[in-house]
Design a protein around this ligand. Structure first.
Ligand SMILES: [Zn+2]
Length: 688
C-alpha cells in the first residue's frame, strides 16, 4: 500500500516515497499495530509470563513504530516543509502519548513485576539481566508505581512537554531563517575573508538580491555566515547589527520563547515531584554516571574554580589589548567586539590566522582521511555507494565492513546547510541491526549531518579546523551505533547515559590535534602539501589561546542548566528570569558592556526536547574528562595502534548500554577516570 511507505522495512530506504501525505496513515497504522501487540502481552495470565512473552515481546512490539517515527523526525530535520511539519505536528502528540502510555499501563507493569518473581528472571545473566534491570528502572522512572490519577497527570505532562519543546525549537529555526542582512556597499565588508564574502555574494545571487552587474552580499544568522563576520568584519556597527539580531533569536514575537521556558521548566519540576524527586535534575541524573545533581554541580563548579584565575587574566589581557589598539579607556568590551579582538590578539600572539588552515581541509580529503584512520585504528573498510537512494542529491551513502569483511552497517552523510535543514551537527540512527536470536548479525543504519562551509562555484568546500573536528565527532557517535554488538536493540550504541555518550565522539577529535593524524588527510587542495611543521606548531600553541574563556563558557552553560533544573521554583517566581539567571552565573561570564543576554531563549540543547540535554549539559565536560583520559592510552601505545583500537571497540564502542558505563570505562583503562589529562590538555595546569 502506497500510503504505508514509512513502514517499509527495506534497509535501503525509498526516500522519495516518504511523502508528508503518507506520514499520518503510516504512523497511525504503526501505533495501532503496537497497541495490538501490547494487548497480547497484557492478556497473558500472570502464571504464564516469561522473558520472551513480556520483555522481549514489548521491545518487538514498539520497534516498527520507532523505526517509522525515526524516519519522520529525521526528514523533519533535513527536509522541513510546511506539509511535513504539519503532518509531524499532527502525529507528534499521538506518538508521544503512545510512548508515555506504555510505561503507565498497569496491566503491563503487573506482568513485568510478576515475571520479576520467576526463577527465569532470577537466573538471567549478562545482557538479559541488564535489560530486565533497565526495563524496571524505565517503568519506575515513568511513574508505573503511581496512583491512577498521578499517572494520568504524568502522561498529560509528557504530551505537553513534547509539544512545547517542539514549538521552542521551531521558534529558534524560524527566527534564524527569518533574518537576512543585505549589504550593497562593498567597502563595509573590509576584513572579511574572501570565502565568506564569496558565499555572501552567492547567497544574494541565489535570493535574487544581487546580479553580477549590481553585486550585493547577503548575511544570515546561520553559523557559517555570521561567525566570520563577528571575527573579521572591521565595521563594528555591522558586527553590532548582526550580534543584536543573533542574540534576539527566541525573544521577539512571533518567535518568542520566553513564555515557553517557564512552562517547560514548571512541567519538568512537577514531573520530578510526582516521581518523588525533589527536582528534575535529580530525576534525570539518577541513572547517569554522575548519579545526583549535587555531584554534577560540584564537578562543574570545581572545573570553574580551577579555571578562574586564568579566566580573569585572559579577560584582562583582551581589555588591555583593545586599549592598546584603539586608545579607548580600558574596560569591558562590547559583546560584538569579543570575537573580533580575540581573533586580532590571537593573530598577534601566535601569528596564526585560522583561515590559513582552510586550504588544507578540503571536505572530501578530510572524509577520506577519516576513513583511513577508521581502517588503521579500528580495521574498518568504508565504501561509498552511488546506487542507493538518499533524501537529497548532496547526501552520500556508505557501507562499513569490519576486519572480517562483515557488513556491520551503513550510513548517510549530509554535510552542508540548506534552508530546510536544522542548524548544528548531529548523528542519528534509522535501523538497529546487531546480533539476532537466530545467530545472524544484521547491519545497522545511521546518519551524520552538519552545516559545514559549502563549496562555492569555483572552490571546493574548505573547512575550518573546528569543522573538521565536528566531522570526527559525529563519526565517533556513528561508530558507537554501527559497531554495536548488543543483542537488545534498545540497549545498543548511543542509548547510554548522556554523560557517557560523548566519550566515543569526543575521543575522535583528539586525532585532529596530532600531526600524524592530520598528515593522513590535511593536504593543501591546490599544492597537495601537508601542513608545514611550523604552521602545525602554531596551531597547537594557538589552541591554548583563551582556553579558560572557552572552559568557562561551557561551565556557564552547564551551571545555568543545572540551576534551572534544581532551583526551578525560584526561577519561575523571578519577575525577570533573564537577569535573575544571569546573576547566578555572573562569575563565569566574560564581562561586557552592554551585558550580553544569556542563551536561554535559544538554548535548544536543553529546551528542544522533553529531556534532551536538560540537566545534562555538564555531560560535555564530564565526557571530556573521560575522552582526554582514555586517549592517553592511544598516546602511549600509538595513535594508530590497532590493538588499542580493537580494545576500544571491544570494551566501549560495541557495548552500548550492556553494562554500567563506569564499568566499561574501567575495563578499557584498568582504573577509574582521572581529571588530570583534561586539565593538561586544556592548558589549565602545566605539564609535570
Ligand atoms: Zn556529540
Amino acid at each position: 500500500m502506497a500510503h504505508l511507505t514509512f513502514l517499509d522495512k527495506s534497509f535501503h530506504i525509498h526516500w522519495s516515497k516518504l511523502t508528508p501525505e503518507s506520514v499520518e496513515l503510516s504512523i497511525s497504522q504503526a501505533i495501532g499495530d503496537a497497541q495490538k501487540s501490547i494487548e497480547c502481552i497484557t492478556s497473558l495470565d500472570l502464571s504464564e509470563v516469561s522473558y520472551q512473552n513480556t520483555l522481549l515481546a514489548l521491545e518487538e512490539a514498539v520497534e516498527p513504530l520507532s523505526v517509522a517515527w525515526g524516519k519522520v523526525s529525521h526528514l523533519q530535520s533535513v527536509c522541513d516543509s510546511t506539509e511535513l511539519r504539519a503532518a509531524y505536528n499532527k502525529m507528534l502528540p499521538l506518538v508521544s502519548a503512545f510512548y508515555t502510555s506504555i510505561r503507565l499501563n498497569p496491566k503491563l507493569w503487573e506482568r513485568i513485576k510478576a515475571f520479576l518473581q520467576t526463577h527465569e528472571a532470577n537466573a538471567l545473566s549478562g545482557i538479559h539481566k541488564r535489560f530486565l534491570e533497565e526495563s524496571i528502572a524505565d517503568f519506575k522512572e515513568a511513574g508505573a508505581d503511581l496512583s491512577p490519577e498521578k499517572r494520568e497527570r504524568l502522561s498529560q505532562i509528557q504530551t505537553k512537554l513534547a509539544e512545547l519543546t517542539q514549538k521552542y525549537s521551531e521558534n529558534v529555526l524560524d527566527a534564524t531563517n527569518a533574518y537576512e542582512l543585505i549589504i550593497e556597499d562593498e567597502s563595509r565588508l573590509k576584513g572579511l575573508p574572501l570565502h565568506a564574502k564569496k558565499a555572501a555574494f552567492e547567497s544574494a545571487l541565489a535570493k535574487s538580491k544581487a546580479t553580477q552587474e549590481k553585486p550585493a552580499w547577503r548575511f544570515t544568522l546561520h553559523a557559517p555566515s555570521i561567525e566570520p563576520c563577528m571575527m573579521y568584519l572591521e565595521d563594528s556597527a555591522l558586527r553590532e547589527q548582526l550580534w543584536r539580531a543573533s542574540s534576539s533569536i527566541g525573544s521577539v514575537a512571533p518567535y518568542d520563547n520566553q513564555g515557553l521556558i517557564k512552562e517547560i521548566l514548571s512541567l519538568r519540576d512537577e514531573k520530578a515531584k510526582l516521581l518523588g524527586k525533589s527536582h528534575f535534575a535529580d530525576l534525570v541524573l539518577q541513572r547517569r554516571m554522575a548519579k545526583t545533581a549535587t555531584t554534577a554541580l560540584r564537578f562543574i563548579e570545581d572545573i570553574g574554580e580551577r579555571a578562574s584565575v586564568l579566566f580573569k587574566e585572559e579577560c584582562d589581557a583582551l581589555e588591555r589589548f583593545k586599549t592598546e589598539l584603539t586608545h579607548a579607556p580600558q574596560g569591558p568590551l562590547a559583546p560584538w567586539d569579543i570575537a573580533y579582538f580575540s581573533e586580532k590578539l590571537r593573530q598577534k600572539e601566535y601569528a596564526f590566522d585560522e583561515e590559513i588552515l582552510r586550504p588544507y581541509f578540503e571536505v572530501s580529503q578530510v572524509i577520506g582521511g577519516l576513513f583511513q584512520l577508521a581502517q588503521r585504528v579500528f580495521g574498518l573498510t568504508i565504501t561509498e555507494r552511488t546506487d542507493v537512494e538518499t533524501w537529497h542529491p548532496q547526501v552520500t551513502f556508505y557501507d562499513i565492513k569490519n576486519a572480517n569483511a562483515v557488513h556491520v552497517g551503513s550510513f548517510y552523510a549530509d554535510w552542508h546547510p540548506r534552508e530546510s535543514k536544522r542548524g548544528g551537527a548531529w548523528m542519528n540512527y534509522l535501523i538497529t541491526g546487531g546480533p539476532t536470536a537466530s545467530g545472524k548479525r544484521l547491519p545497522h543504519l545511521g546518519l551524520i549531518c552538519g552545516n559545514l562551509t559549502a563549496p562555492s562555484k569555483d572552490t571546493p568546500a574548505l573547512l575550518t579546523h573546528r569543522e573538521v573536528e565536528t566531522i570526527f565527532h559525529e563519526f565517533g557517535h556513528l561508530l558507537h551505533h554501527l559497531l554495536g554488538e548488543v543483542a537488545i536493540k534498545s540497549l545498543n550504541g548511543v542509548n547510554v547515559a548522556w554523560d557517557f555518550v560523548e566519550l566515543p565522539s569526543q575521543i575522535m577529535e583528539n586525532w585532529c590535534w596530532e600531526k600524524e593524524g592530520l598528515d593522513l588527510f590535511a593536504r593543501h587542495y591546490q599544492t597537495k602539501e601537508p601542513i608545514p611543521e611550523e604552521l602545525f606548531q602554531k596551531m597547537i600553541k594557538a589552541k591554548r589561546f583563551r582556553t579558560a574563556c572557552m572552559t568557562m563558557r561551557q561551565v556557564a552553560f552547564a551551571k545555568m542548566d543545572l540551576l534551572l533544573h534544581i532551583n526551578t521554583e525560584e526561577f519561575i517566581k523571578a519577575d525577570d528570569l533573564e537577569s535573575y539567571l544571569r546573576s547566578k552565573i555572573a562569575s563565569h561570564l566574560i564581562p561586557t558592556n552592554p551585558k550580553a543576554p544569556t542563551i536561554i531563549r535559544r538554548f535548544t540543547h536543553i529546551f528542544a526536547d522533553p529531556v534532551g540535554y536538560a540537566a545534562g549539559y555538564y555531560s560535555y565536560k564530564w565526557a571530556e574528562v573521560l575522552d582526554a583520559d582514555a586517549f592517553t592510552r592511544f598516546k602511549k601505545e600509538g595513535i594508530f595502534n590497532p590493538k588499542t583500537g580493537s580494545d576500544f571497540v571491544r570494551t566501549i564502542l560495541s557495548q552500548g548500554n550492556a553494562l554500567d558505563p563506569a564499568e566499561l570505562f574501567r575495563t578499557f583503562m584498568g582504573r577509574d577516570p582521572d581529571i588530570q589529562a583534561l586539565l593538561l590538555r586544556a592548558g589549565l595546569v602545566g605539564a609535570a
